[in-house]
Design a protein around this ligand. Structure first.
Ligand SMILES: Cc1cc2nc3c(=O)[nH]c(=O)nc-3n(C[C@H](O)[C@H](O)[C@H](O)COP(=O)(O)OP(=O)(O)OC[C@H]3O[C@@H](n4cnc5c(N)ncnc54)[C@H](O)[C@@H]3O)c2cc1C
Length: 511
């Protein structure tokens, strides 16, 4: 019988999750699933961008309870801890209580290695299931009838099914003139490269590092530099001048009507209906009438420092019920977002997304305290800058930034912390460029690539499905919205593993 060949492109959390779930299904029934080969491609030897950092203060920005490979089941994570007693010792302060824990992200790297070991042990038990790992970048994929060819610099291999789990795109350079400047970093990751680039200036207390952005990536940069004994100043520059809000350390369950909406068979959902429902449930959760305009305005009127102190006080008191609420509803959003009209989606992304991110992509309390002490000591300043591209000027030695009060601030190094991009139109990613040229994929106007959300197959520019070419991860945002979080990626991977395993059986039966 012909071997069924599956390629997984990308070995971050999503690639590992799809491999694990496929391995589980395939090994559960050796008769139903026979003669299967999975090849995994990734030029990087790590667990993806997020979990490769070794810095202790680069902590999970999601609750530990959501970081399991089995969606909604923490017992798998528990089995990892039980079989690795040193983890319990090293991370005891975070593991005592899942609900309060935001451990260093490198713990998840260890967990994902454990997941892979388990999956490979299952593969070994199966007589006709094999896996090969290639430390290679996939440069191109071409279609030949029902097969795909995967091209690397080493040659070409043929597959029946391909999973693109290539993660996020490189951050976008909003200030193009900075590109190529020797003291400008387009991407803070890997963090070790950034530290090497700054070199001995780290220990010079006169050094000024400018950070373009003030969200979670900027927080990672400030706390990471501090951990490495950086002596100089850090300046955050962003259009909002806002820091993320702070995560609630408590978790409680809330039965949202969004659950029913997500399961309903309505073919289209109005954004207004969703926003009104969220507003009404937030008032129920908070047990008070909320003046939403003034809440949002207050945040803009107060300084970043005042917001931070306000949020730390709140988090230390009762936590934030609205955060529990957002945490609870996130998983219903993909099925709802998919049925929202494209104009409404674009409107939301243009006008509300940054506020949503401020509250939903909140920073853990531990890092909020670190940031607060950096602000208090004067080591960190947060500046608003105008949209105007002229607010940044370049000299040989430095990059100068004009803030909203027309002060000119000179930076010895400048780091782009505007976060990962979903702009597949301007990406330099070679594989995506080739896939677009081969008309196997197409840009989604709301970010990332077009997929069929029921099968995860990509669509081309004519809206036709590229059969058996699947996409999971953050690039599915245009269709599924909540896609740049581990729990969302793992859940997509589990669903896709069921789809692929069904296709493998069907293929056999049809012969
Ligand atoms: C700094 C940072 C911190 C984060 N922290 C959290 C967090 O605390 N909690 C949370 O839930 N989420 C977090 N996230 C979101 C994170 O993106 C997801 O949790 C998850 O790790 C995404 O995994 P991924 O496998 O989809 O993507 P990635 O981790 O980006 O992995 C994609 C992999 O694909 C490979 N690849 C790309 N192109 C090719 C190609 N052409 N050929 C072969 N291989 C290729 C890359 O080398 C990479 O290893 C964070 C994201 C970032 C960037």
């Amino acid at each position: 019988m012909k071997t069924k060949k599956i390629a997984i492109i990308g070995k971050g959390a999503s690639g590992r999750a799809i491999f694990y779930h496929l391995a589980k299904i395939i090994s559960s029934n050796t008769k139903k699933y026979s003669n299967i080969q999975i090849d995994v491609y990734d030029p990087r030897e790590n667990s993806g961008v997020a979990y490769s950092t070794d810095i202790e203060s680069h902590i999970l920005n999601m609750n530990l309870s959501s970081m399991t490979i089995e969606p909604d089941d923490t017992s798998h994570f528990n089995s990892f801890i039980q079989s690795n007693p040193e983890v319990l010792v090293n991370y005891s302060e975070y593991l005592d209580n899942y609900n309060d824990g935001n451990p260093p992200r490198k713990l998840i790297r260890q967990y994902l290695d454990f997941v892979m070991k388990e999956a490979l042990a299952l593969e070994k038990l199966h007589p006709s299931f094999s896996t090969t790992f290639f430390n290679k970048e996939v440069e191109n994929i071409t279609r030949h009838g029902n097969q795909y060819h995967v091209h690397t610099n080493n040659g070409v291999a043929e597959y029946d099914h391909i999973v693109l789990s290539i993660g996020n795109l490189e951050p976008k350079d909003h200030y193009k003139d900075l590109v190529g400047h020797e003291r400008y970093f387009s991407n803070p990751w890997p963090f070790s490269r950034l530290l090497d680039g700054i070199g001995s200036s780290l220990t010079n207390d006169k050094t000024v590092i400018g950070v373009l952005g003030s969200s979670l990536t900027a927080i990672d940069i400030a706390v990471g530099l501090k951990e490495k004994d950086y002596k100089g100043k850090v300046l955050f520059f962003s259009r909002s001048g806002l820091l993320p809000s702070i995560q609630s350390p408590r978790r409680s369950y809330y039965e949202s009507k969004l659950k029913h909406l997500s399961h309903s068979n309505k073919s289209s959902i109005k954004l207004e209906e969703v926003i009104n429902l969220i507003k009404s449930e937030l008032q129920e959760v908070e047990r008070k009438r909320i003046d939403f305009n003034s809440i949002f305005n207050e945040r803009y009127v107060r300084s970043a420092r005042e917001n931070l102190e306000h949020d730390i006080r709140g988090a230390n008191l009762d936590g934030f019920k609205y955060q529990d609420y957002f945490f609870n509803i996130s998983k219903y959003l993909p099925a709802i977002w998919e049925r929202i009209d494209i104009d409404d989606k674009l409107n939301f992304l243009a006008n509300n997304m940054s506020l949503w991110s401020t509250y939903r992509s909140a920073m853990p309390l531990q890092n909020a305290k670190r940031i607060n002490s950096l602000i208090q000591s004067g080591e960190l300043q947060i500046h608003k800058i105008a949209k105007d591209r002229k607010s940044i000027t370049i000299t040989d030695r430095a990059i100068s930034v004009k803030n909203s009060e027309n002060e000119i601030l000179e930076c010895d190094y400048t780091i782009n912390a505007t976060g990962t991009s979903l702009d597949t139109k301007s990406t330099k990613n070679r594989l995506l460029k080739n896939l677009i040229q081969n008309d196997l994929i197409d840009h989604h106007p709301a970010g990332g690539l077009h997929i069929n959300p029921r099968t995860f197959e990509v669509l081309n520019s004519k809206g036709n499905v590229s059969n058996n070419l699947f996409l999971i991860g953050s690039l599915t945002r245009g269709n599924l919205f909540y896609t740049n979080a581990y729990e969302a990626n793992v859940s997509q991977a589990k669903n896709l593993s069921k789809i692929i395993s069904n296709l493998i059986i069907k293929k056999d039966e049809s012969r």
